[in-house]
Write a protein that binds this ligand. Structure first.
Ligand code: 6R9
Length: 664
């Protein structure tokens, strides 16, 4: 059978139907930070809306211009205003009388803990800024930060911001090679790292990778500043400086200078699926405006009573915007946790929520599905009654994972905000507002006030309700990326050439509207499968699989198929009980595979029925928890594996391929 053209003109088939809807809780809606009127007001005059949000910040020189998009796709926001980002995140809360308020409840992996007030934060950032100045850093320079989730990571980011130095945070655990290319691309003069980091109870080296990365004659790095975290042995050279010897002796006061709104704030590298990583550049005023406002609006933050916790790593954009810049600019109290969710036990997150009375919890679908796999009996041992808003980010959240999150963690009380955004967008773009928007399991619902997003087909025509296609952002927004560091051509090419005629930003994600007009994100367009001419999103088939009571996680890929163009191959992780049952009895495993294929067929239609289902113990993920389908495609098509350097745990692929070759 030759692949046929689908009957509809839509770019993506719309398979999954979801009709559960949850209204915002009345008590929350009655006191919500934002109300329905904000949408219409922002739409009528987006620039006035964002100017109003920008005034939530402290400006040294007030701006008179808002947006300038005359050099599109390059935008400037608030360009004639000046501000200091670190002052906005620390000093101004002290000046407002909140110096004794806890900014950070820091919880170390081994169980050490420390509360950091806004006064302490201001002093530490000032000392670090003085130290960086002593090392020769000046406004306009770049510094790389390669640290675990310890307070010094946040002090370092804010010290850079304070000096007008752009930081480039690199995931603690990326290889020396990954470090070298990122340091080189940004010409970083300084690397801030630690001797080692704790991972599941043991101390592992960190500085060693930096030693490797800077050991070339052409390295731009002049100094390596080293935090003592684990006490493990390190090798030492003339360019190395201990944090406790340099920073601790500095004055806790630093006179901050204001910088223009368009001063570079950070570069963050996204791996992309192919080619060299892209250094996404963000600047100061627009970025901070949107990070700050979305953190306040989307979580309905009450800075006086809420305890916020974002479980991301600071090496991911989510950590930049919703651990550092959003919460601290809002003067929030938050938890920062150094470790992994199952160290020393699988109840660690719930124990922390109980201990600090966390009221807003923001995490990723990958983790929710992991918690589902471990079982609901674990969170049920803890008091989670302090929670009032739950958030999700990083991937589409499957409806069943959403329902589990709502019932088991939120006890059917807490609204869930599913927030769609990207490193490139800098801050949240599409999300419900917890006191305003009704929610549906798995949908990000609608663009935030001040944001415009539409779903279009190949020709750039809006698809309308019930249709699927490409997600585009058709209006500029304050925290938009300004360029790709050192490669402006690639910036234009990657994001602005697909719909150049219309001048739209191409997000690279598939999306659809349901019949009510709610927005559903459907994964990267590169991952879309083509089965007999039907374009099927990975997300919908994965969601159908996760809806089966024995499945915790699923990843599907399209593999070459002589008959249908591509055939759907599913990799499935079972929930704990089902996993032990199938390991003990291979026949039960075979029966379950047949059941799962049938289940997808009945849930969303025969066209989406997987050709193959493989039960695996793990899935390959990036450090921000995204499934790397590219590697699974290599497995499904019996190819050698491509680049595995951005995997969170590179041994996972051995586990998967070993399991397959023994027929499991
Ligand atoms: C913040 C972040 C961006 C990509 C994005 C999309 C996926 C993120 C999502 C989501 C569906 C959500 N993504 N949030 N997909 N629903 N709520 O994750 O940034 O690491 O740059 O990834 O992540 O595919 O294009 P980043």
């Amino acid at each position: 059978m030759a692949p046929e053209t689908p009957a509809s003109a839509n770019t993506l088939d719309n398979l999954l139907v979801e009709d559960r809807t949850f209204a915002p809780p009345e008590a929350l809606a009655a006191h919500a930070n934002v109300s329905e009127e904000a949408y219409a007001r922002a739409e009528a005059d987006p620039e006035a809306f964002w100017a109003e949000q920008a005034r939530r910040l402290q400006w040294e020189t007030p701006f008179t211009q808002v947006l300038d998009f005359s050099d599109a796709p390059h935008a400037t926001w608030f360009a004639d205003g000046t501000l200091n980002v670190a002052v906005n995140c620390a000093d101004r809360h002290v000046a407002a009388g909140n110096g004794d308020k806890v900014a950070i409840h820091w919880e170390g992996e081994p169980g050490d803990a420390k509360d950091i007030t806004y006064a302490e934060l201001t002093a530490q950032v000032s000392k670090a800024a003085n130290a960086l100045t002593e090392l020769g850093l000046r406004a306009g320079d770049r510094a790389a930060i390669y640290l675990p989730m310890i307070p010094e990571a946040i002090y370092s980011m804010l010290a850079c911001a304070r000096l007008g130095v752009a930081h480039s945070v690199i995931f603690g655990g990326f290889s020396a090679e990954a470090l070298r290319t990122r340091i080189g691309d940004a010409s970083a003069k300084l690397v801030i790292t630690s001797d080692g980091q704790f991972r599941r109870g043991s101390a592992v080296p960190l500085k060693a990778a930096v030693d490797d990365a800077v050991a070339t004659p052409d390295s731009p790095v002049e100094h390596v500043l080293v935090v003592r975290r684990t006490g493990i042995d390190v090798t030492w050279t003339g360019r190395d400086v201990w944090w406790d010897e340099l920073v601790d002796r500095q004055e806790p006061v630093h006179q901050a200078q204001a910088f223009p709104a368009e001063q570079p704030l950070f570069i963050l590298y996204t791996s992309g699926t192919t080619g060299k990583p892209k250094g996404i550049l963000h600047t100061s005023g627009g970025y901070l405006t949107q990070a700050s406002w979305t953190h306040w609006a989307v979580f309905d933050l009450k800075p006086g009573s809420d305890v916020f916790w974002c479980t991301a790593d600071i090496g991911w954009v989510t950590g930049h915007s919703y651990i550092v810049y959003g919460p601290l600019s809002n003067g929030a109290t938050q938890v920062v946790y150094e470790g992994t969710p199952n160290s020393p036990h699988e109840g660690r997150h719930w124990e922390i929520i109980d201990k600090y009375k966390v009221s807003i919890y923001y995490t990723a679908p990958t983790l929710i599905r992991t918690f589902m796999k471990w079982g609901r009996q674990i969170p049920e041992r803890y008091d989670l009654s302090s929670l009032r808003v739950l958030g999700s980010v990083g991937e589409p959240i499957n409806p069943e994972a959403w329902m589990w999150y709502r019932e088991v963690i939120g006890k059917n009380r807490c609204p869930i905000v599913d927030t769609w955004w990207q490193t490139e967008t800098g801050a949240m773009m599409i999300s419900p507002l917890p006191g305003v928007t009704a929610t549906k399991p798995g949908s990000a619902m609608r663009p935030l006030p001040g944001i415009s997003a539409i779903v279009v087909n190949d020709e750039g025509e809006p698809v309308g309700n019930g249709g699927g296609g490409y997600l585009v952002l058709d209006k500029p927004w304050p925290s938009m990326l300004r360029t790709i560091w050192g490669d402006d051509e690639r910036f234009k090419d990657t994001y602005w050439s697909r719909f150049a005629a219309q001048g739209w930003y191409f997000a690279g994600d598939g999306a659809k509207y349901d019949t009510d007009g709610a927005l559903w994100l459907l994964g990267r367009v590169d991952d879309v499968m083509n089965v007999s001419g039907h374009r099927i999103s990975t997300t919908e088939v994965e969601s159908a699989l996760v809806a089966h009571p024995k499945v915790a996680e699923a990843a599907v890929v399209g593999a070459n198929d002589a008959m249908t163009g591509q055939g759907i191959v599913a990799f499935v992780i079972l929930r704990s009980e089902a996993a032990s049952a199938t390991t003990e009895d291979p026949a039960a495993g075979e029966a379950l595979i047949a059941e799962l294929r049938g289940h997808v067929g009945t849930q969303i239609g025969p066209i989406a029925r997987p050709r193959q289902v493989m039960i695996v113990p793990e899935l390959p993920k990036t450090r921000s928890g995204k499934i790397m389908r590219r590697l699974l495609r290599d497995v499904a098509e019996n190819r050698d594996l491509g680049d595995v350097t951005t995997l969170q745990d590179s041994s996972v692929m051995n586990l998967i391929t070993a399991g397959l070759s023994t027929g499991k």
